[in-house]
Design a binder for this molecule. Structure first.
Ligand SMILES: C[S@@+](CC[C@H](N)C(=O)[O-])C[C@H]1O[C@@H](n2cnc3c(N)ncnc32)[C@H](O)[C@@H]1O
Ligand SMILES: Nc1nc2[nH]cc(C(=O)O)c2c(=O)[nH]1
Ligand code: SF4
Ligand SMILES: [Mg+2]
Length: 217
């Protein structure tokens, strides 16, 4: 990708508030591996910058926005539109650090579906076909985000996280799909606990990081 080779440093403080340029860590066409859209072909747009600080985060390289070049949204949309999937997943880092309205409007104008992966730590911007809210203990979601969640995806790291998951389930709408996903490094111990929990509490579904099992990005 030409743009990421530019030596143009971004910082959270210099990312334009109008959403015309965003710090882009990487973009790749793959299969959505997790949650309610598992199995769907999608172009992933990974934005740099996150201050939530999950100790088990699987993309810590994304955290420092300054390491990722500011990229014009027209360029991002043009790259996404080259693929037949016509679905993008905007992730990070924490995408809601930025004004995502212009990017998502441009994508939808081109007939591309917009999905977001977020901790909800900041209020929602953008036009979304699907919002995956994955709350974190390290920085709680902004209360305004819960009503927009099509999907609540809780990462289970230890047994106490089931009760914590129920607290968040009580805050989303009745149509929000509920998922429990094992933290990757503990998946072999935690997955059997999730299986038993879902059998006993069937409003929940199991979500696995299937891309990691398939060894794809
Ligand atoms: C890397 S995060 C980026 C988006 C946003 N910051 C968030 O946390 O939702 C993308 C998804 O991966 C999940 N995730 C991150 N690290 C994980 C891990 N070690 N095991 C399982 N899921 C993980 C997050 O909960 C989130 O649903
Ligand atoms: N295939 C694939 N599916 C994903 N779903 C959420 C991801 C993310 O890092 O946000 C992710 C990812 O990194 N790869
Ligand atoms: S909020 Fe998301 S990107 Fe940020 S540290 Fe947690 S899992 Fe990683
Ligand atoms: Mg990932």
């Amino acid at each position: 990708m030409e743009s990421t080779k530019e030596i143009k440093k971004a910082s959270i403080h210099t990312v334009p508030k109008d959403g015309s340029e965003l710090p882009l860590m990487e973009a790749f066409y793959t299969i959505q591996g997790e949650g309610g859209n598992t199995g769907v072909a999608a172009y992933f747009i990974r934005l740099g910058g996150c201050d939530v600080g999950c100790h088990w985060c699987d993309v810590k390289e994304s955290w420092d926005a300054e390491e990722h070049p500011l990229t014009r949204i027209e360029e991002i949309v043009q790259m996404a539109d080259q693929y037949p999937g016509k679905t993008v997943v905007i992730t990070g880092g924490e995408p809601l650090l930025y004004n995502l309205s212009p990017l998502t409007e441009l994508l939808q104008e081109r007939g591309i579906r917009t999905l977001v992966e977020t901790s909800g730590a900041y209020p929602l911007s953008g036009r979304w076909d699907w919002v995956c809210l994955s709350p974190k203990k390290f920085k709680a979601p902004d209360a305004s985000v819960y009503p927009y969640a099509h999907e609540l995806k809780i990462i289970i790291f230890n047994k106490s996280d089931f009760a914590w998951a129920e607290e968040h389930a009580s805050k989303v709408g009745e149509h929000t799909k509920l998922y429990l996903q094992p933290e990757w490094s503990k998946a072999s111990q935690i997955t059997p606990l999730i299986v038993e929990y879902v059998k006993n509490n069937p409003k929940w579904r199991v979500s696995l990081q299937t891309h990691k099992y398939m060894d794809i990005p």
